[in-house]
Each structure stands twice: as C-alpha cells, then as structure tokens.
Design a protein around this ligand. Structure first.
Ligand code: GDP
Length: 427
C-alpha cells in the first residue's frame, strides 16, 4: 500500500508532524524530491527535531528510510543530521540511499549564493542550499550520481567536465574563485565511501516491497504552489513536490498509489518571495506569526519570519486538485482560538471579475482576495480529540473550508504534539 503526504500550499503546512504520526504505521518512508533546503519539525519522546534531508521515519526504529533518486543528496548535511539524532539518544536511522541519486556539491551552494547576489533585490528568496544549481546541472547532464562517485576515476571525469562550464561562469560572470577538480575529487570520493554501506537499488527494492504488501509512505517537501510547472513560477522550487512525481522520484509504479494526503494550515503561511494574495501585515500579522506553529511562524531551515495570512481556499482547492488529494489534513487549528472573526478567501477579484480558479502568476499579481467572514470560537481547543467536542463555531469553520476546497478534511491537528489530533470520517 502506497500513501503520499504532500503540501497543498506553499510549504510549512505542518507535514512533518503528520508524516511522523503516519510513519509509525509504515514500513518504509521515502523522500522523493528536494534536498536539505526545507525542514520538517518533529516533536517526539526524544525531543524536538528539525529534519531537513532525512525522511520523517528517522526516529522510528522499525522504519526503513529511503532517499530516492529524485532527491538532491547533500552528503555532508545528511551525515551531520544523522549525528544530531544519535547525539541526542535516537538510535541511528535505517537508511537506503539510491545509487542513482545525484549529489549536491559545495559548488552548488556557492552558485546559489552568487546568483542571489547577482540578482540583488530581484532575488527569489532562495534558501541558498544549492538546490536550483543542482537541478540545473542534473538536467544539463553534468551532475554526478552516487554510483559514479564511488568510482574515483569516473568521479574525476565527471567533475572535470562540469568544471569546464562552471569555471567559465565563475570567471566571467561571477568573478569568483575557480573550482579545484583534484580537491573536489578527494573530498567527494571520501564522502561517498562513508555512505557506501547505505547505498542500493531503490526502485528494485520498492517494487518488491509493493508486491510484498509493505506499507509505504512518501513525504513531499514544500507544497503544490512551489511546483516548477504548476506553481507560482518563477517563485517555485526546482523539483516537483507533487504526489504524481513521487512515482518518478522514488521509483514506484503509479498504479500502487492508494492515498494522497494533502496538508494545509488553518491559515496561510509562506516563506520567501512571490505573490501571496491573502497576506496580512502590521500588528494583525505579527500576532498571528507569534501564535502560529509550535514556537511562532519562523522558517525551520532559515529562521526567517514567515509571511502569514488568512486561509486561501482558491489556492488550497487548486493545491488539492493538482496533488490529486484523496484526503486533506488541516493543521494549526488551535492557533486561531484568539480571534473574534476569521476571514476565508473564497475567490479572487482580477480586473474587476471574480474568479475561483487559481490563475497564472501574472494574473495572480493583480488578484485581490474576496473574503467571507466567519465568527471566531474564542476558546482553547488544543489537544481535544473528539470532533464533537470542538466549539460549534470551530466546526463551522472546518466544514465551510471543507466545502470550499472540495476535499474531505479527514484529520484536524490542534497542537504540535503527535497525540494532538482529531480523526474525522474515513481517516
Ligand atoms: P512542514 O515543512 O510542512 O513539515 O512544516 P513544519 O513542521 O516546519 O512547520 C509547521 C510548524 O507547525 C512546526 O513548528 C510544528 O511544530 C507546528 N505544528 C504542526 N502542527 C501543529 C498544530 O496543529 N498546532 C500548532 N500549534 N502547531 C503545529
């Protein structure tokens, strides 16, 4: 049985907690895209952890954690993340790394920083983890797969070829120090050797696991609106965070997918640049930012204050549709208990017309939110586990949104801890 957990919006929807909960009932948890550029926050018996590259099953000793070929593998980041866990008493996670995954090199991070510097004010708000240069190289066919890195001569050849192009850019565009192929070869060969015992053929392993009826969970990073094709281009990421891409980025048959769970927040939040129609500013924003999440709305990877806003049903309906969501989970419902009134954006006004379908970026830039105002419930609901125990106005909010997004809200998260969850129908 294959299930996918993915973001319905801009990322940071609280997928980490939900994935960690579902990982408990899974045999295999897979990362299929992205790299160490985002973070999942997980709170369990060992403490609070921000995972960047490790799959969320990392703290469950019965789970095999898989890094699929679609991931940007930053070996140093991975090793240091494993060390952070083991230093704090978590048993070393069981890990299988795809021999076809490509490796994110130190020069990808450098190019990411140089490019942001070059763009100046027009930058996209990159996390400077090297993701865009990495995927650029992958599709330019000048990347290096893990299997190639395990052979020093192949590695040297691949790096020599990449350095020709890279050094031309470093010299004439960025005016920065050139790449040293010998030093890079030594460094990455040594790193590849460190992970060699964990490297294997992921697609073969997963196809067998599907046949054996293993419980497989895919976890997406970021969310629909960051997809390079379907998101708010160019404020997008460089790999697809869609469940559909899970089949490719992991190496699974499309036909094995049974459930796609899209995660959304009870309000909107977004890190980085780009159009954000329901954004709040000033004191209203600051209050929500302070109360949001587990310790305020600040990025798990960057610590940057997140932009916050009212729930955007236009973006979320689209997010669930593109993901092909069978279920939707709403997190952070507890956060809204302080508000007298809560707005929900149900349509956009663009050039004087009301639209309900999420538009392309140039139109999105002109969109104004059309709100419906609902009464707040003015009550602390954290940790309640029965839907019927929620205040009526809170249930009204949930049911209103469920209708708007056209996807069943089967779980409601009302606190950062694992047990702070309400299961509804079909969950
Ligand atoms: P992800 O990237 O989608 O996994 O999002 P994060 O986990 O980084 O961000 C979500 C934040 O919300 C984290 O600080 C979580 O601990 C927190 N969180 C998750 N679910 C809830 C919830 O239901 N209520 C509250 N108050 N915080 C939550």
């Amino acid at each position: 049985m294959v299930r996918a957990i993915v973001g319905a919006n801009w990322g940071d929807e609280g997928k980490g907690k939900i994935t960690d909960m579902l990982a408990e009932n899974s045999d295999i948890v897979i990362r299929f895209q992205g790299g160490a550029n985002a973070g999942h926050t997980i709170i369990n018996n060992y403490g609070k952890f921000a995972l960047h590259l490790l799959p969320s099953g990392a703290c469950h000793s019965h789970v095999l954690n898989v890094i699929g070929p679609g991931v940007a593998l930053d070996i140093e980041a991975l090793l240091s993340e494993i060390k952070t866990l083991t230093d704090r008493g978590v048993p070393a996670p069981k890990l299988l790394i795809s021999d076809r995954a490509q490796v994110l090199m130190e020069y990808h991070v450098a190019f990411d920083c140089y490019e942001e510097e070059r763009l100046g004010k027009a930058s996209f708000g990159s996390t400077k983890s090297g993701i865009a240069p990495f995927y650029g190289d992958k599709y330019m066919k000048i990347g290096v797969q893990v299997c190639q890195m395990l052979d020093k001569e192949i590695l040297r050849q691949r790096l020599t070829n990449a350095a020709k192009l890279k050094n031309a850019m470093l010299e004439s565009l960025y005016h920065k120090p050139l790449l040293d192929v010998d030093a890079l070869t030594e460094k990455y060969y040594a790193l590849a050797k460190q992970i060699e015992p964990m490297v294997g053929d992921v697609a073969q392993y997963l196809h067998k696991a599907v046949k054996e009826g293993k419980r497989i969970l895919l976890e997406g990073q970021l969310g629909t609106l960051r997809d390079p094709d379907h998101g708010i281009f160019p404020f997008t990421t460089s790999s697809s965070p869609l469940a559909g891409f899970g089949a490719v980025g992991a190496g699974l048959p499309v036909t094995a997918f049974e459930q796609v769970i899209a995660v959304t927040k009870a309000y909107s939040s977004c890190v980085g640049a780009g159009p954000f129609t329901t954004e709040l500013f000033g004191d209203e924003a600051e209050e929500l930012r302070k109360r949001g999440g587990d310790a305020g709305e600040y990025g798990a990877k960057t610590g940057r204050p997140r932009r916050v806003g009212w729930f955007d049903a236009v973006a979320t309906r689209y997010g669930c549709m593109v993901q092909g969501a069978t279920d939707c989970v709403m997190t952070n419902l507890d956060v809204l208990g302080y508000l007298d009134e809560i707005k929900v954006c149900v349509a956009y006004e663009i050039d004087g017309k009301e639209v309900r379908d999420f538009p392309v970026t140039p139109l999105l830039d002109k969109a104004k939110p059309v709100y419906v105002t609902l009464p707040g419930w003015k009550q602390d609901i954290r940790g309640l586990t029965n839907y019927a125990d929620l205040p009526e106005k809170c249930r009204q909010y949930v049911e209103f949104i469920e209708k708007e997004i056209e996807c069943p809200l089967t779980m409601l998260s009302n606190g950062p801890k694992r047990e702070e969850i309400i299961y509804r129908k079909n969950a």
